[in-house]
Structures are given as structure tokens and as C-alpha cells.
Design a protein around this ligand. Structure first.
Ligand SMILES: [Zn+2]
Length: 447
């Protein structure tokens, strides 16, 4: 399959610099529309707000077969915080050392361009799928999807209706012959916990009722509870252990509630990033990240609050969240006021969700990978953050994070690079991913 065109399109999208906010994704949507036109493919563009755009193209199914979507794949990227730390100019799209460098290369422009290339090849081969093959490119994923995936579902529900979809955050190389398929994602339930105290003079603190001191105590308790006392779910670790083909003892260490904290402590020393991933896969997490209290250095504060980033697993609802927070706070809970952060306060609430872990479609994804890396297996994973998949899963779509990384790119490396400094994607990954998408459409929608 052609890689040169894919790379030059990727470079162009990086240079378009669709940093969100404000996004201005129309620039990249137009680039893509033109690229498709050059390959005789007509697409429809929808402007959801000035300069915010979404694009859709499809190859109609010849039978009433299942529909498959490439995407929603987003063209917006996050800002660059420290351009001086980069080895290259972050929006130059430099190709060097067998990598394409630049903000968005990994998250997720390489998927946008490889899905486009697979779609083009299928079109050129006059592919006749049994159900529709849809290509959906969207805006605004990095800021909540209001003008992108969510907008399309609200305003063009028939066009984006599908049974299955593949998009970002899968395909990571886990171990030889093991690649991640993202079957679900955690939700978010961001909370503010406020405390009251009695104002007084800072010169005479003995026996004082200090709101900031309560907030500090709450932070310590929440952190400890999250580390080691939060109820553990081993379901997702079980998939991981099984998929990795771990031996009995290793599997037991990972999936037995009692052994898990011990395993995590050991792993933290050897591979802190992996320890974080496994910890997050095994429970709801709570991270107190903002603390506010006091007005003047000589006044005992009467008010203080902490904002907590809480991430839920699928099926954990708000009642569960509040219940766990109260348990973490212990007797302090009686003095705490817990509320959800509103959108204006930078808050965010969504529920975790997951698609089927085994099905004909999951088999097709595995076969698509095996064609490029013989004998390999897919390992189901739950993503710690949220993506556009949630909008589709909520309407019953089976949605997966799926692509194919070259084994030179370990998973820990990726979590540092996405949204990080020196973000880049290898040409080998671009080549493998476009083949994986092509294979998937052939295997699942072919006759
Ligand atoms: Zn992304």
C-alpha cells in the first residue's frame, strides 16, 4: 500500500496546526476533502460552528450487512506547552530517523491518514462491502467533542449510524506478539469537596477550627484510600493476564485481590508506568489535584475546598463515587460538602463504558493483525481516559480502539509522547496501521 502519500498528508495535517482551543479544524477538513477528491472520492462536509468541521464519506454496502466505520477520527490536537524542549519545531512535520515528528502525530493524526489511505485503496479496488464502510473525520475531540462526534450524532444521526467502529488508542505493542485492543474506557466524575471552619487570628491557633487543615487531612486520606483501600475489580486485569498468556503464578499475582497490592508495590520499582496502568485498570481512582483555602496569612481560614479528579470503571455510577469518597474521608465526611464540578468550573462527568470482549468482529480485528504479524494476539484493555467512543457506545455501537504499532514502540514510550514533548510516529507504524484497517474491512465486510 502506498506510504508516501500517507506521510505527506500527515505532514500537511501537522502543519495545519489545528490546536484546540480554538481548533479551526476546517483547515484540515478541507485538506482531506481535496485529497479524497484527487482520488475520485466525494465526501460531505458539515460545519458545526464557524471554522469547525466534520467530514464523512462512504462505500455503500451491497447487502444488508453490518456497517463498519473508520473513525470518528479527530484532526484537532492539544497545545504545545514547551516548544523549546522539542528536538524539532512542533508543527513542522519533519520526517527524520524513520519517524514523522510533530504535535498530533500520535494523537491521532496517524490514524486519520492511515484510515483515509485504506479507504482510498478499497475504493480504487472497487471493493463491494456487504454493509456500508463509513469514513468519519471530526473536530473537537480534545475539548469534549461538542462540535465533533457529538454534533454529528445529534445533527446527522442517519449518516453516522453504524454497528461497529474502529478509532484511536489501540494497537499498542505490549509484548512480543501481543497488541492492545481498547474495548472500553473509564468515565470521569470530578468532584469538589468543601470544608468550613471558624475564622480566627493566626497568632493564636491553639484548638482552632481550621478549614484548610481539614482539606489537607482529606487529601492525605483520599490519596491513601485510592492507593490501597479502594475496592478492586479484577475483570479487566483478568483479560490482560489471559491475553498476555501469563503463567499461573503471575496471573494469580495480578488477578487475586489479596496479592494485587503486593504485586503493584513491586512493579512500581521496576516499571512505574505499568504499575500506574494496572492500578487504574483495577479500580476507580481519585486524585485530589486542586486545593484552595484561606485569604490572608494571619487569618485562620473559614473555607477551603479540594477538587478531585475521579475516574470510574464501567458500571460505577455516581452513588458509588460518593459512597467511596465518604469511606475515604471517614469521620471527616460529616464535615464535608461533596458536589459535582459544573462545566463552568472545569468539571466533567461521564460514565465508563465497554464493548464486547469477544465477537465475530473482535476475531476479524485479530485476523487483520495476524496478516501482518503472524501468530499475534489482541489483548483487551480499558482506557484510563475518555474518547469520542463513549458517544457511540451510548447509542449501542460496538466501538474499539484499534490500529497496529511497530514493536519498536513500547507502550510506556507512547504514553509519554502523546500530548508530550517530541510527539512522533514511526513510518513502520503508519505502514502497519493502514494495512490493518484495509485487512479489517476486507475480512469483516468482504464476501
Ligand atoms: Zn485523541
Amino acid at each position: 500500500m502506498e506510504t508516501e502519500g500517507t506521510i505527506s498528508l500527515l505532514v500537511q495535517l501537522i502543519q495545519n496546526k489545528c490546536v484546540n482551543p480554538p481548533g479551526n479544524e476546517m483547515t484540515s477538513i478541507k485538506t482531506i476533502q481535496k485529497y479524497l477528491q484527487e482520488h475520485d472520492i466525494e465526501s460531505q462536509v458539515f460545519e458545526s460552528a464557524p471554522n469547525r468541521g466534520n467530514l464523512i464519506a462512504s462505500i455503500p454496502g451491497t447487502e444488508n450487512g453490518p456497517k463498519l466505520m473508520f473513525g470518528p477520527s479527530h484532526v484537532d490536537v492539544v497545545p504545545v506547552e514547551n516548544p523549546d524542549d522539542w528536538e524539532v519545531e512542533p508543527f513542522s512535520g519533519v520526517v527524520k530517523d524513520e519517524y514523522v515528528w510533530g504535535r498530533g502525530a500520535l494523537d491521532m493524526l496517524y490514524i486519520v491518514v492511515t484510515q483515509i489511505q485504506a479507504f482510498i485503496k478499497l475504493h480504487q479496488e472497487n471493493f463491494k462491502p456487504r454493509g456500508d464502510l463509513i469514513l468519519l473525520i471530526v473536530a473537537d475531540e480534545e475539548a469534549g467533542g461538542i462540535y465533533g462526534a457529538e454534533w454529528m450524532l445529534k445533527n446527522q444521526p442517519e449518516l453516522v449510524q453504524t454497528d461497529y467502529l474502529v478509532t484511536e488508542a489501540g494497537g499498542l505493542f505490549l509484548a512480543p506478539g501481543k497488541f492492545v485492543v481498547m474495548i472500553g474506557e473509564k468515565g470521569g466524575a470530578w468532584k469538589r469537596i468543601s470544608f468550613k471552619g471558624t475564622p480566627g487570628h493566626g497568632s493564636m491557633p491553639y484548638g482552632s477550627d481550621n478549614a484548610a487543615a481539614k482539606a489537607a487531612q482529606a487529601i492525605t486520606q483520599i490519596t491513601r484510600y485510592c492507593d490501597s483501600k479502594m475496592p478492586i475489580t479484577t475483570e479487566y486485569l483478568g483479560y490482560l493476564a489471559q491475553g498476555m498468556g501469563l503463567g499461573f503464578v503471575q496471573r494469580l499475582m495480578l488477578t487475586n485481590r489479596r496479592f494485587l497490592s503486593f504485586s503493584l508495590k513491586n512493579l512500581k520499582k521496576r516499571d512505574p508506568q505499568m504499575a500506574r496502568v494496572i492500578h487504574g485498570l483495577s479500580r476507580m481512582t481519585m486524585s485530589p489535584n486542586i486545593v484552595h483555602g484561606g485569604t490572608k496569612v494571619n487569618v485562620i481560614p473559614a473555607k477551603a475546598y479540594i477538587d478531585v479528579d475521579i475516574r470510574t470503571l464501567p458500571k460505577q455510577d455516581d452513588e458509588y463515587v460518593v459512597d467511596q469518597l465518604k469511606k475515604a474521608l471517614g469521620p471527616l465526611a460529616e464535615e464535608a460538602t461533596i458536589k459535582s464540578l459544573t462545566a463552568e468550573e472545569g468539571g466533567f462527568t461521564s460514565y465508563g463504558n465497554a464493548s464486547d470482549v469477544s465477537s465475530e468482529f473482535v476475531d476479524a480485528m485479530e485476523k487483520a493483525v495476524q496478516k501482518e504479524v503472524p501468530g499475534s494476539k489482541l489483548v483487551p484493555f480499558i482506557m484510563p481516559a475518555v474518547s469520542d467512543c463513549r458517544f457511540f457506545r451510548e447509542s449501542g455501537v460496538q466501538a474499539y480502539g484499534f490500529s497496529l504499532f511497530d514493536p519498536e514502540t513500547p507502550m510506556s514510550h507512547l504514553s509519554e509522547l502523546a500530548h508530550g514533548t517530541d510527539e512522533r510516529v514511526s513510518i513502520k507504524t503508519i505502514d502497519l496501521s493502514q494495512k490493518a484497517y484495509y485487512n479489517l474491512a476486507r475480512i469483516f465486510l468482504g464476501k
